[in-house]
Design a protein around this ligand. Sequence first.
Ligand code: F6P
Length: 326
Amino acid sequence: MTDKTKAVAVLTSGGDAPGMNAAIRSVVRMATHGGYRVIGFQRGYDGLMADDGIELEPRSVSNILQRGGTILKTARSIEFQADKGCAQAAQVLDAHGVGGLVVIGGDGSFRGAHALGRAWTGAIVGVPATIDNDISGTDETIGFDTALNTALEAIDRLRDTASAHERLFLVEVMGRHSGFIALAVGTAGGAEEILVPEVDTDLDACAARLVAAREKGKTMSIVVCAEGENQSGAFAVARELEQRTGFVPTVTVLGHIQRGGRPSARDRILATKLGAFAVTAIQRGSTDVMVGDVRGELVLSSLEKSAADKKGLDPFLLELIQVLAQ
Ligand code: F6P
């Protein structure tokens, strides 16, 4: 986009993730540095369709780098999925003279961005931000590191109590369709068992290992369970484990506590790099792509592909868990 009379628009969509504000700040400052006007649409695609935009300048994004949530608000828009929603959004963007749109969000937001590309001629670039880390095309998504550390702090605390009372704790972490948080926090927190949606759980084998560990002198155990592992939730898993082991698990559901909070340094840096690179991509004329950081290199990949491809969990870590839990 070489025409400096055009504006760059930005929105955040889907579940909030720590570091979204850092990404907004980077987009705004990089775009204004490049000579473009910037418009922020509020509440994701809902606000775009409703023409709820605000002019953003470098001072509008002061003092937000360290804040969780998103100053632009966010939403999971259902209406936008329809062709009518995309046509309406395209009209709003054209009316404001927008030439490039940055969508900060997860896979659902990227599917929306790809659909919008069929109704609008401007450049669309996605910035991956979700605590779930389930987007291919980037090693990590914005917000994952912070959520992981939030969950880890909670598990470290629970470990104290589990150890003091010699109990089995079952901790549910977020991840409706993915086990990235569960696998990472379970590894870092020394969990005995990690249950993720990507792997069929054999509860009989899991229970047998927990019993065997007790017999070998372990007095406490932590089982980390991803939200999406079992349709019926952590309490149902706990009941099944109780029937098989005789231990009464104490269940803790960490829930939305993992979504907010001040972003880690790592998330702020990732968000800053990806936000600025999204503007560079627009300037260079790329569209229907997302930005990512793969092995330390900033890369672009197809929005459609990244929303469709399932990113795999680290198989080495998955195997290692049972070795380390001896
Ligand atoms: O996508 C991020 C995420 O936190 C998932 O881990 C979780 O399943 C989902 O959002 C919860 O969404 P909501 O806040 O809309 O209930």
